[in-house]
Ligand binder design. Structure first.
Ligand SMILES: Cc1cc2nc3c(=O)[nH]c(=O)nc-3n(C[C@H](O)[C@H](O)[C@H](O)COP(=O)(O)OP(=O)(O)OC[C@H]3O[C@@H](n4cnc5c(N)ncnc54)[C@H](O)[C@@H]3O)c2cc1C
Length: 591
């Protein structure tokens, strides 16, 4: 076992992690631990854009952006956080511009902006051009730009280091209260199989999402919810885990994403009758309604028999009225996806699409400084989280497109500054006597298992039941079915064995560990979905089809607690956290 010592350790080298590292690296000794090479992080797959009310091409302001974010999130958004994000958006874009990001430009040389779902002029009057972009590879440009700037600031990267545990120790200063402080993290080096303990004064979790619990997903193979799982296993709460975003336009049958930028540039959704059906569901902004609404509308068209194709199980995204030159300039990558994966030519043929799992609105709860909460009010000194792993909550129950690339930049930066400043003024917390015991045991159990169950099979079965039962539409019985299946899979997981028993590049072993996180998170999501008996944003219960502000205008906080039982599942406890309101009263959500 090797021990390293840094002021700040950042877990994850996606947009949130590297934006934090740029700040932290200039203020304190900083290491970034990442299971992927930094430029392979999922941020690099982001397509459509990052929003900010720059008002470069038409009138706009940050207050409209805040309102859209709050309404888009179906009023479960913490409004103080949404205000911070919308205000700081402008600098976040300009920071990236100064770092060298090649945004698309207007003829006058300003950063160009385009439309995206739910972003409107003057509180919903019409769509507004708010998304800054670099063709349909905005995330790629952000990730490369941030990486170059990390290199410039001498940030130290530990690539292919899997963080598997968080070291939290009792805070002496808070004796008897059970309050915890951060001591560091424990990681596994893929190349050697060695355990490395990183002692740190502050730790920033920026480890991304959990979209691989579903089969049909836009998310990369590695998005297995490790960060959320680690925090949860160490007794920290997770917030709003029932809210999962389904992106309307995944390639049918595959889930590969076609950015909302397509509709931002004028593409239209049509059913088997050729009808532009979004005119019925969202008469004002139509195809540019928020994602939860568009995804449900599509699923409803299919249910009512107006789906397309031999099985009538998808709808069509029509770009054929757009000029090929415009498509090539603004949407080159995603149209190539349609050609490559479906053999469809978007210049002349509409593209088959259906909702795909895309984004976790929930995660590790933080305040607007990025400090992680151990409960509704108590921060864990030295622990921070940003990006998709975190829940600030700026997205409430449904995130607007382009608000995530924004979130990772705004709150990544805040976390980097705050984590470094905390570290400069704090002492190291002493490591426990055997800091790696928990991790070694976790790995040993998997490595030495002799059961007959296969990791890939359990993962596939998990993804199948999530796809079938935790979808755009949910009911008590579908969620129960998912939960029963997950409990059975957890049982089977105890009987796995891995074939590779070696030390070097043992991906077999790590996929088994990742499956453990996926199972934990799937359980948390389904129990949370059973618990919330209303429909709001991305969580739609057919048995409770209305939003219920009287009983459910509150965040879900779920804890691991051996003494508790919820919805028939042992070891889980729920609490709630009030939603923070500043200026917007909940209204009916019409578009
Ligand atoms: C296909 C696609 C298109 C998208 N398009 C847009 C868009 O146009 N606009 C928008 O706003 N949003 C978009 N999103 C959403 C947005 O890209 C993501 O939510 C955001 O980039 C997440 O950034 P992150 O830094 O939190 O995580 P990621 O970029 O996913 O990075 C996670 C990092 O954590 C590391 N990590 C994970 N687990 C561990 C572990 N156990 N140990 C060590 N390291 C670990 C990984 O190596 C990686 O470096 C899109 C998402 C997808 C999937």
């Amino acid at each position: 076992m090797q021990v390293h010592k840094y002021d700040v350790v950042i877990v994850g080298a996606g947009g949130a992690g590297m934006r934090a590292a740029i700040e932290s690296g200039q203020r304190a000794r900083t290491a970034v631990l990442t299971k992927l090479y930094p430029t392979r992080s999922h941020t690099g797959a982001a397509q459509g854009g990052m929003c900010a009310a720059l008002a470069n091409v038409e009138e706009d302001n940050w207050e409209w952006h805040t309102f859209d974010t709050v309404k888009g999130g179906d009023y479960l958004v913490d409004q103080d956080a949404a205000e911070v994000m919308a205000k700081e958006a402008i600098d976040a874009v300009l920071d990236l511009e100064k770092m060298g990001l090649p945004f698309n430009r207007t003829p006058e040389g300003r950063i160009d902006q385009r439309r995206f779902g739910g972003h409107t002029r003057d509180h919903g009057k019409s769509p507004v051009r708010r998304a800054c972009y670099a063709a349909d590879r905005t995330g790629h440009m952000i990730l490369q730009t941030l990486y170059q700037n990390c290199v410039k600031h001498n940030v130290e990267f530990y690539n292919e280091f899997y963080v598997l545990d968080l070291l939290l120790l009792d805070d002496d200063a808070a004796e008897g209260t059970g309050q915890k402080r951060v001591a560091g993290v424990v990681s596994y080096e893929l190349a050697t199989g060695e355990i490395h303990v990183f002692q740190a004064k502050s730790v920033v979790f920026a480890s991304g999402g959990v979209g691989k619990v579903f089969k049909t997903t836009s998310n990369a193979h590695t998005l297995t919810g490790d960060g959320m799982g680690i925090a949860f296993r160490r007794g920290l709460p997770l917030e709003d885990m029932e809210f999962i975003q389904f992106h309307p336009t995944g390639l049918a049958g595959l889930g590969i994403l076609l950015s909302e930028a397509a509709r931002g540039e004028g593409a239209i959704l049509r059913n088997s009758e050729g009808e532009r059906f979004m005119e019925r569901y969202a008469p004002t902004i139509k195809d540019l309604a928020p994602r939860d609404i568009v995804a449900r509308s599509m699923a409803n068209e299919v249910r009512e028999g107006r789906g397309c194709g031999p099985n009538k199980d998808y709808v069509l995204l029509d770009l054929t009225h757009l000029e090929p030159a415009h498509i090539d300039a603004k949407l080159p990558d995603i149209t190539e996806f349609a050609r490559t994966y479906l053999g469809v030519e978007p210049y002349t043929e509409p593209v088959p699409v259906f909702p795909t799992c895309h984004y976790a609105m929930g995660g590790i709860p933080t305040n607007i400084k990025g400090e992680v909460l151990a409960d509704n009010d108590t921060v864990v000194p030295g622990l921070y989280a940003a990006g998709e792993v975190a829940c600030v909550s700026v997205h409430g129950s449904n995130r607007l497109g382009t608000n995530s690339l924004l979130d990772i930049n705004v709150f990544g930066k805040r976390c980097g500054i705050n984590a470094a400043e905390y570290a400069v003024g704090a002492d190291f917390v002493e490591l426990p006597e055997n800091p790696a015991t928990y991790t070694e045991d976790l790995l040993d159990v998997v490595r030495t298992g002799t059961g007959t169950e296969r990791v890939a099979k359990i993962r596939a079965d998990l993804q199948d039941t999530m796809d079938a039962n935790m979808q755009v539409f949910r009911t008590e019985s579908s969620i129960r079915q998912a939960l029963d299946d997950i409990e059975a899979l957890r049982e089977r997981y105890r009987a796995i064995s891995v074939q590779d028993k070696g030390k070097r590049f043992n991906l077999d072993l790590l996929e088994a560990v990742e499956l453990g996180f996926l199972l934990d998170m799937a359980e948390v999501m389904t129990v949370s979905a059973l618990h919330r008996k209303e429909s709001r944003g991305g969580h739609y219960r057919e048995d409770y089809p209305d939003r219920d502000d009287t009983n459910w205008m509150k965040h879900t906080m779920v804890y691991r607690d051996p003494d508790s039982e919820m919805e028939g599942v042992k070891g889980i406890r729920f609490d709630t956290k009030p939603v923070i309101f500043t200026r917007y009263e909940p209204m009916e959500r019409k578009y």
